[in-house]
Design a protein around this ligand. Structure first.
Ligand code: PMV
Length: 322
């Protein structure tokens, strides 16, 4: 029995678009912060006598596409391990699933670490990152503690995440809507590539933003990290809004929260907004200002559900005592 814990990550320079749908190779590199909140805990037990994988997702049997995705991922692990043995998987998310709070990242990072161990594979951090990537692209970054850069790479071997040194950052998550999103990021990425007139512009902008972000990390320049973060998120959403039929993840409340970030900066706080494929908004700030940003947001927009987060651990095995 192998149990692993992983946390979601929030990208400061986003991954949006695949070069290879089956290997999940991204069009561009990305950079994120793995958080210390909303862990996913996953247990994998190999059962040589079972005829099929048994998957329990948040205490209920998984069916349909959720189960198919996990079985397809286990097939990859079985190929690496040279076995056909089925497994029992029990996964518990404390992230609202499908709400743009990166549940697929923590989910596949935890599954990669637990399944690799259960099937007897010895994989280093890079191999685990490459494996997690095959479940959900952004999961390759949740293998890594704190700040992580995902190198786009040229092929399966060169597309992985690793730690990047930089200033100590924190985040404040504003939960606008914890329900599942209407269009999955997988479908929306495809539609952006196929129908958005801004798809190529996004790729060029993301490459330039990643280079700037790496400079900002090396210099420890939180102002520059924040400015690139906020504008990169809006550039991604602009490309997404260019789809036909259109997709719009940002709600009126999300836009209001971006405005709140500007007001917080006017008060002297270093707070910058970002949003993934959903309406929730995440504020990036120096780790030492997390509580001040949370308090200022509560005063500015009373009634918001706000969660403070800091840099968290990479996906790792845990001992479970029965
Ligand atoms: O890994 P996926 O397929 O869930 O895509 C994640 C995409 C964003 O969260 C919007 C951006 C990112 O880099 O995490």
């Amino acid at each position: 029995m192998s149990t692993a814990v992983a946390h979601p990550n929030i990208a400061l320079v986003k991954y949006w678009g695949k070069r290879d749908d089956s290997l999940i190779l991204p069009l561009t590199g990305s950079l994120s912060l793995t958080l210390d909140v909303f862990p996913t805990t996953t247990t994998v037990v190999v059962d040589p006598h079972a005829e099929a994988d048994q998957i329990v997702f948040d205490a209920a049997p998984a069916t349909g596409s959720a189960a198919a995705r996990i079985t397809a991922f286990l097939d990859l692990v079985r190929t690496l391990a040279g076995t056909n043995a089925r497994a029992r998987v029990d996964t518990r998310n404390s992230v609202p699933t499908g709400a743009g709070l990166a549940s697929s990242a923590s989910g596949f990072a935890a599954l990669a670490v637990a399944a690799a161990d259960a099937y007897g594979l010895t994989l280093d951090q890079r191999a685990l990152s490459r494996l997690a990537r095959r479940g959900s692209g952004s999961a390759c970054r949740s293998i890594i503690p704190g700040a992580a850069i995902w190198h786009a790479g040229l092929d399966d071997a060169t597309s992985f995440a690793e730690h990047v040194d930089g200033p100590d950052l924190g985040m404040v998550i504003a939960v606008v809507d914890a329900g599942a999103k209407a269009v999955s990021s997988r479908e929306a990425m495809r539609r952006t590539r196929d129908t958005s007139p801004y798809a190529d512009a996004w790729v060029h902008a993301a490459e330039a933003d990643l280079a700037l972000m790496q400079q900002a990390f090396a210099a420890g320049d939180i102002g520059m990290i924040g400015e690139v973060t906020e504008s990169n998120a809006l550039r991604m959403h602009a490309a997404i809004m260019g789809c036909r039929p259109p997709i719009r993840y940002l709600a009126p409340q999300s836009v209001a929260l971006f405005d709140a970030a500007a007001r917080l900066r006017a008060q002297g706080l270093q707070a910058y907004a970002t949003a993934d494929a959903g309406p929730n908004v995440v504020f990036v700030c120096p780790a030492g200002e997390v509580d001040a940003v949370r308090e200022a947001l509560t005063a500015d927009m009373p009634g918001e559900r706000l969660i403070a987060a800091r840099a968290g651990a990479g996906a790792h095995l845990v001992e479970v005592t029965a």
